[in-house]
Design a protein around this ligand. Structure first.
Ligand SMILES: [Zn+2]
Length: 308
């Protein structure tokens, strides 16, 4: 059972909230975005299934992103569920997140207009109030392999975020944003020491190469999960190959983002939001190649990277 909860103003269109049957009521996988439309859709969806909000006894969130978590406060007003999230996710300093990210990008030569746009458009900034509320909820940190109520087991899949969890059940695996059917999940640099997002993501992808149905947070169920995992692995291999080729001459992060090919079209025509995603994605690929010793960083103003 699932409810399609709208994401007003977001290209993804909707987030799937999955409903689990538990011994003492019902559980939700993810809760949705803190907007009027989303709240209405969630409550109406539950009503159509004959579920009263008070019967929600468990919430399992896949990761700390705005479209998955910010409606949690509303739920805590109408019910008293136990709220669960990957324990590593609780270490993300959401209040300093934007500043730390901006400082790093500034230092890496990302133009000021993008940095300034970032302050306005980044979801953490736009949903600041909702995040503050959600941060105050008593979260229970879930660890890798943990057996949970409602017949699910947690599997830690860092990459899209450091504490991303997928939840395994008899029916299949709830993949959050770790694996999506149509688009490649965004794998961006985030301000956390020693976190190599793409390196972690590729490992997590291999962990979820499983013969089961996947229930993603956006889009329809994925019947052939191994095939989708292979496609995602190939996508990143291709992208790494392209980056390695580009860096036969030294380039800064911003030059890399401008010169990589993007499925959405030309970087110059992106809105600020997509430019930010592209820069984050470019940086995670740079860090990966640096960690495998295939490129090296040149200390210049701004820093550049070159293939070895
Ligand atoms: Zn996400």
């Amino acid at each position: 059972m699932s409810i399609k909860v709208p994401l007003p103003g977001m290209e993804l269109g909707h987030v799937n909230i999955y409903i689990l049957k538990c011994d003492d009521g019902y559980g939700l996988i993810d809760v949705g975005l803190a907007t009027y439309e989303a709240a209405l859709a969630l409550l109406r969806g539950l009503k159509s299934m004959g579920i009263k909000p008070g019967q929600i006894t468990k919430v399992y969130v896949t990761h700390f992103h705005v479209d998955h978590i910010t409606l949690a406060q509303l739920l805590s007003e109408v019910a008293s569920p136990e709220f669960h999230i990957g324990s590593e996710e609780l270490k993300t300093p959401f209040d300093e997140f934007v500043k730390l990210l901006l400082d790093e990008y500034k230092q890496l030569g990302v133009p000021t207009e993008i940095i300034e746009g970032f302050q306005k458009f980044h979801p953490v900034a736009r949903f600041r109030k909702a995040y503050e509320d959600v941060w105050r909820i008593q979260w229970r940190g879930v660890t890798d392999g943990e057996e949970l109520d409602c017949g699910i087991r947690a599997m830690w899949t860092p990459g899209h975020t450091p504490g991303h969890m997928v939840y395994l059940s008899q029916a299949g695996v709830y993949t959050g944003d770790h694996i999506l059917p149509k688009i490649t999940p965004n794998i961006s640099w985030i301000p956390r020491d020693g976190f190599n997002p793409l390196g972690e993501y590729l490992k997590s992808l291999r962990k979820t190469h499983m013969e089961t149905v996947a229930y993603p947070a956006h889009g329809d169920p994925i019947v052939d999960l191994p095939k989708r995992v292979e496609e995602l692995l190939e996508h990143h291999q291709r992208r790494l190959g392209e980056l390695l080729h580009l860096l036969s001459r030294p380039m800064s992060l911003y030059e890399v983002a401008k010169n990589l090919t993007w499925s959405l079209g030309k970087f110059e025509q992106f809105d600020i939001y997509n430019k930010l995603f592209a820069i984050g994605e470019a940086y995670s690929h740079i860090l990966y190649l640096e960690s495998t010793g295939q490129i090296r960083r040149i200390e210049s103003e701004p820093p550049r990277w070159v293939s070895l």
